[in-house]
Design a protein around this ligand. Structure first.
Ligand code: CA
Length: 224
């Protein structure tokens, strides 16, 4: 398993690289964001570990550029910023996880293993609920034949609810499955994304599909 670590603090970088190497990972290191982007675009990495504040190009821009180029390599952000708004921003850009500095190495290792363990999901069948169509293999969703412009996380959230249609999903389950993190304290990250998803999937159409299940969470179904 090859990991690209983009971190400009030399001590932290050396410490993480050694720890990951000791656990059997091959680690490439970049100290600048622009160098990291170059490496990430050029070579096949299984995972990216990105600092946010970096010379050359910040971690957010790096990931945004990579996603724009169609690369889906999973990414974990390391950051000193723990404000929810920043977290939402990072996750919106397609980060798979978030670790707030300082963190224990064992915690990073657990997140790395968890992300790499996620097997490929069946992505061949088109999911249909009322006039909503979700094509996981092409990452496309339409309603009444109209293309929905969704961020990667909004798409993942919609796909999760669609695969379990009619079954309410708790915020904890959603956070774990869509972001692979535990938002015990700030589950409003899920609420924020549901609100944005509704604005695109439900608001323009008479029939509402995303349902709030009081005391439980959210469900997707076409019940009246
Ligand atoms: Ca930094």
């Amino acid at each position: 398993m090859r990991i690209l670590l983009v971190e400009d603090e030399a001590k932290t970088a050396a410490y993480l690289r050694r720890g990951l190497a000791e656990n059997g990972f091959t680690v490439e290191l970049a100290a600048r964001g622009d160098d990291g982007l170059h490496l990430a675009l050029g070579e096949g990495f299984d995972l990216l570990i990105l600092d946010v504040l970096l010379p050359g190009l910040d971690g957010w821009s790096l990931l945004a550029e990579l996603r724009r180029a169609g690369r889906t390599t999973p990414a974990i952000f390391l950051t000193a910023r723990d404000a929810v708004a920043d977290r939402v921003k990072g996750l919106d850009l397609g980060a798979d996880d978030y670790l707030v500095k300082p963190f224990a190495f064992s915690e990073l290792l657990a997140r790395v293993r968890s992300i790499l363990r996620r097997g490929p999901v069946r992505r061949d069948e088109v999911l249909r609920i009322a006039d909503l169509e979700i094509d996981p293999s092409r990452r496309r969703a339409t309603r009444a034949g109209l293309r929905l412009d969704l961020t990667p996380k909004e798409f993942a959230l919609l796909e999760l609810l669609a695969r379990r249609r009619g079954h309410p999903q708790s915020r904890t389950v959603i956070a774990e499955e869509v972001w692979d993190v535990n938002f015990d304290c700030d589950s409003n990250v899920v609420d924020v994304h549901i609100r944005r998803l509704r604005a695109k999937v439900d608001d323009p159409f008479p029939q509402k599909l995303i349902r709030t299940v009081r005391g439980v969470g959210y469900a997707l179904d076409d019940e009246p």
